[in-house]
Design a binder for this molecule. Structure first.
Ligand SMILES: [Mg+2]
Length: 313
């Protein structure tokens, strides 16, 4: 297959979802619209690698396309941005070049999410590789007002998560053992419950925010380090996801990665009542310790514990 044909196949999937300034991908680069008054333009980049971030056996190439774009849109939401457009660089192994329907499905999965999120494709690049399939996406968005950051949490702030935690990890465990069922793939691959516009409602209100990609424990540790504060988690139960097998374990809620809900803090006096399904799980403290209170016991979480950084532990 020729590159031109592959690009045409992708463009078909993005019919109506192409940035105006891309002029149908006819130029060497795309033109961005001006930044609207009072807005800040933000940019993020994130890649998925076949065999590392997804497996075709789990949900096909369409779920990989969805996932690749989702993690970028989640980062934009974490900054409080409305997504604008994205570009991608795709490295295609022989198997993908021999089976172009795989690329169609990948583009289809991304295009469906793009339509839902109101984001356009601005351009891209295709190359081939002897290694695994790689999709590197760069996404841009605009924030009305000061962007949300990780650095402004203050002692006394309430700590909130925007949705239930741990279901993605439970789903991944099922998929990894060959159980490809509806709830596992929805929780780990599709994340239908993630509100990608949530961050926009936190601008000017939340003190600090980030998206949960590596798990509450390690991500909260990052937020606390960035803000030079500690945290006391005393209501994690409120955020434990319920799956078809019941409530997820405390550990799954604490170290499960790829939930993609936002983690954020609100100043004292803001109880976040109108932000459901967000729930409060704790309080920002002085110092640098992250303390987990559960069943009457308190333990200090070790941010250097490798289990915090292991998606599949
Ligand atoms: Mg992130």
């Amino acid at each position: 297959v020729r590159e031109r044909d592959l690009i045409a196949r992708i463009a078909r999937r993005f019919d109506g979802l192409v940035l105006d300034g891309a002029r149908g991908f006819s130029d060497d680069a795309a033109c961005l619209p001006p930044v609207p008054p009072g807005h800040t333009r933000v940019v993020t980049t994130d890649a998925v690698v076949e065999g590392v971030d997804f497996r075709l056996a789990w949900g096909g190439a369409s779920s990989a396309g969805h996932r690749a774009l989702l993690q970028n849109l989640s980062d934009l939401s974490a900054m409080g941005a409305r997504p604008l457009t994205f570009t991608w660089a795709l490295a295609l192994p022989r198997a993908w070049l021999d089976d172009v329907e795989r690329l169609d499905a990948f583009a289809e999965g991304a295009a469906r999410l793009a339509a839902r999120a109101g984001v356009t494709l601005a351009g891209g690049d295709l190359s081939s590789t002897d290694g695994p399939f790689v999709a590197a996406i760069t996404a841009l968005g605009d924030v009305l007002g000061p962007p949300l950051t990780r650095t402004s949490a203050s002692p006394g702030d309430g700590i909130f998560v925007a949705g239930p935690l741990g279901a993605s990890r439970v789903g991944l465990r099922a998929l990894s053992t060959g159980v490809v069922d509806e709830s596992a793939s929805r929780a780990h691959l599709w994340h239908d419950d993630v509100d990608l516009a949530f961050g926009q409602g936190l601008v000017g209100r939340a003190r600090a925010a980030m998206d949960l990609s590596d798990g509450l424990g390690p991500d909260l540790a990052r937020l606390c380090r960035a803000s030079r504060v500690g945290a006391r988690i005393d209501s994690l139960d409120a955020a434990r996801a319920v799956t078809s097998a019941g409530r997820v374990s405390l550990e799954d809620a604490l170290v499960g990665g790829e939930d993609y809900h936002l983690l954020f803090t609100l100043p004292p006096g803001d109880d976040g009542d109108d932000l459901a399904p967000a729930v409060r799980i704790g309080t920002v403290t002085d110092g640098d310790e992250i303390v987990l209170e559960h069943d009457g016991h308190a333990r200090v979480l070790d941010a250097d514990d490798p289990a915090f950084f292991d998606h599949t532990a």
